[in-house]
Design a protein around this ligand. Structure first.
Ligand code: SF4
Ligand code: SF4
Length: 203
């Protein structure tokens, strides 16, 4: 028969007189450690709708859908908690760093339908004033404009949209849209890259 090692015996005796390593869950709620990766949630204010998080999500727990109707566009971003693996890639790659964050919440099991385990947020889309093509979410354009400062005046569409947002110019000439080639005046509109190229080359 082999005798226990002295080190193990010492550990066993010590544990008789020390507090347990485990906590008294569920009577005593578990307190996650610092930097714990729990439930991920979008922030309506901090998210700019760029979809970078959707591109990097390995579990495809993030989705987006664009809708255009009556000259208005909206992007819906969805996170599905039932398939999220809490890897934190979405938060790590979010350009605003606060658009989506992983909190401390870890008790996500439910008896309800799976489709209740999701969060949706909506972002207004900016459309090309000539062809109605989606350009980007409004919040994303304004975020870029603030980021680059005076360089905003180097891009006509960006400048016009930024000034319109400050109430210093108007946008939304979709109702003036005419069939056929773009005219010289169309250059002073918020345009998608294709219409911008056409307006510059053909007018
Ligand atoms: S701002 Fe962040 S959270 Fe919002 S869509 Fe972009 S990457 Fe995702
Ligand atoms: S934590 Fe990972 S799996 Fe969950 S939404 Fe973010 S990127 Fe996707």
């Amino acid at each position: 028969m082999k005798y226990p090692k002295l080190r193990e015996l010492k550990e066993a005796v010590r544990s008789l007189f020390s507090r347990p390593y485990t906590n008294d869950f569920p009577r005593q709620p578990h307190k996650p450690f610092e930097r714990f990766r729990g439930k991920a949630q979008f922030s309506q204010e901090q998210c700019i709708g760029c979809t970078a998080c959707v591109q990097v999500c390995p579990a495809r727990a993030l989705e987006f859908q664009d809708e255009v109707a009556n000259g208005k566009g909206k992007r819906t971003l969805t996170i599905r908690w039932d398939i999220c693996i809490f890897c934190g890639q979405c938060q790590a790659n979010c350009p605003t760093e606060k658009g989506i964050t992983l909190g401390n919440e870890f008790e996500l099991s439910k008896t309800e339908e799976r489709n209740t385990m999701r969060q949706k947020i909506e972002k207004e889309l900016v459309l090309c004033e000539c062809c109605s093509e989606i350009i980007a979410p409004k919040d994303q354009i304004l975020w870029v404009a603030r980021k680059i400062g005076p360089l905003v005046f180097s891009n006509v569409s960006l400048m016009l949209f930024y000034l319109a947002n400050l109430g210093l110019s108007g946008t939304g000439h979709l109702q003036d849209k005419q069939e056929g080639e773009l005219k010289r005046a169309d250059r002073i509109k918020v345009l998608c890259p294709r219409c911008r190229r056409e307006a510059v080359l053909k007018s």
